[in-house]
Design a protein. Structure first.
Length: 451
């Protein structure tokens, strides 16, 4: 400050002296004014440089200005640098926060006090079909038009979430979203959305399953109760009495089979995957299934030709019980649906890539193509009465599907109505090995089908 005062005084003094030198006592005044103007001009130049620097917005390229202006300049530069650092830090924190919101498995939408969209994450964009460039600043009520949502949004009671049909949901592919509004700040709202399609589907499946099981059990139970009442109230001839007991035993057996299939299914769903350490020859698996299939054929009075093809031996890795259950279900289905005089052929064929196809072919009624994708659904039946007549529970192929999946295999169904069906399980090469038979020796396993 003193330097500045000295500079002004120096300018005035120089001006005054020069004025006195050239113009005497009258020249002093002119000299003083000229000195003051000179000082003002220098100051204006300096101020101009500072202003240009400020306008340029490049705080690091500081002009060389000394004195008071220089200090003001340096302080401004520091203040600007501190502000820039703060801004960068705020931006970094905002980016991190938005990245966290992006990582959320739920949809996140930020709404301003008018209900206009300020920001949303990718999940919300997918769930609602939003596009940031198109839908930013749009009113949420104009974009989400589900009546349930409109009522919820207008209601202003947002303590609970509400379930709406997702935009793009169709009757054949229904999609459900659960949305929840949370007010925050001054009139702003946070809208969280969750895709609950799978949860809803699981709930529908659970309800259907319970309804189906109840129905399947109620039918034989009603018949049984009817017979019990008859036996209690009527005095029947011994033969009739025996016939009624026989029918009752049939119904009890039906319930037993159903419960046993249900238990098999729940065991398959709840137990750990079968390891690949236990190897069983395919022929041994078929032999076990064959005995039951022949017994069933006799009970049903079907004189079919049932053959198990003789082929080079292979071994399968997995749970023998599960494999017998799956292969047995395929064989018993073929027996149950093929009329007397028909043929049922079980076989196994290695594929060139090391896989093994285990199949059952029959000359039964065949299945029309529209039913084939649904055969493995629980309780799905093409011909309800034929299934029941032959003791079907509607769960056989569901059990097969589970076993097949658990062994990393694939179920193939080929069928021609009126000609017959072929059900095949293709096992992956990792679960298949050939058995080499040497003269006079026991069959020996080799790892020829791996990879
Ligand atoms: P079910 O106990 O009714 O046989 P499954 O799950 O084993 O139940 O089979 C589902 C449906 O697939 C059966 O109801 C039947 O309509 C059809 N199906 C299964 N195997 C055969 C077959 N070999 N020939 C014709 N239809 C079959």
């Amino acid at each position: 400050m003193l330097a500045r005062l000295a500079a002004i005084l120096l300018c005035l003094l120089a001006g005054g002296l020069l004025g006195a030198w050239f113009g005497g006592s009258r020249g002093i005044t002119v000299g003083l004014v000229a000195g003051a103007l000179g000082w003002f001009a220098v100051e204006t130049l300096r101020a101009g440089r500072v202003l240009r620097w400020l306008r340029r917005g490049q705080p690091d390229r500081v002009p060389a200005v000394g004195g008071l202006w220089g200090e003001a300049l340096e302080r401004t530069r520091k203040a600007l640098q501190a502000r820039d650092r703060e801004l960068a830090e705020s931006k970094r924190r905002l980016d991190e926060f938005l990245a966290a919101m992006q990582a959320s498995p739920n949809g996140v939408i930020l709404l301003d006090p008018q209900g206009r969209i300020e920001w949303f994450n990718q999940t919300a964009a997918e769930q609602f079909g939003f596009d940031f460039a198109r839908d930013k600043a749009q009113l949420i009520g104009n974009l989400v038009r589900a009546p349930t949502f409109s009522a919820y949004y207008q209601g202003r009671s947002w303590t609970q979430e509400v379930v709406i049909a997702a935009p793009g949901s169709t009757p054949t592919r229904p999609a459900k979203l659960s949305v929840h509004l949370h007010p925050y700040g001054e009139g702003r709202k946070l809208l969280l959305s969750r895709d609950i399609t799978a949860v809803e589907q699981a709930e529908v499946m659970r309800r259907d399953f319970v309804a189906n099981v109840s129905h399947e059990i109620r039918t034989p139970l009603t018949v049984l109760t009817g017979f019990v009442e008859t036996l209690q109230n009527l005095s029947l001839a011994p033969e009739e009495h025996a016939r009624y007991l026989q029918l009752m035993a049939q119904q009890a057996q039906r319930m037993q089979t159903l419960v046993s299939d249900l238990l098999t299914l729940s065991r398959l769903e709840g137990s750990p995957l079968p390891g690949a350490g236990e190897w069983t020859p395919v022929s041994a698996l078929w032999t076990q299934c064959e005995q039951e299939a022949r017994a069933l054929s006799t009970i049903l009075g079907r004189a079919q030709r049932l053959t198990i093809a003789a082929a080079p031996e292979f071994e399968l890795a997995g749970s023998p019980n599960e494999l017998i259950s799956a292969m047995g279900n395929l064989l018993s289905n073929a027996v149950r649906y093929t009329p007397a005089g028909g043929r049922v052929d079980a076989a196994w064929v290695p594929h060139a890539n090391g896989k093994l196809e285990v199949s059952v072919r029959d000359t039964g009624p065949g299945i029309s193509p529209e039913h084939i994708p649904r055969l493995t659904e629980r309780f799905y039946r093409v011909d309800r009465s034929r299934s029941r007549e032959t003791g079907g529970t509607g769960l056989g192929l569901a059990i097969v599907k589970h076993v097949v999946q658990r062994h990393g295999a694939e179920l193939k169904v080929e069928s021609v109505v009126g000609e017959g069906s072929t059900f095949a399980i293709v096992f992956p090469a990792s679960r298949v090995r050939a058995v080499r038979v040497t003269d006079g020796a026991e069959p020996r396993a080799t790892e020829s089908h791996s990879g």
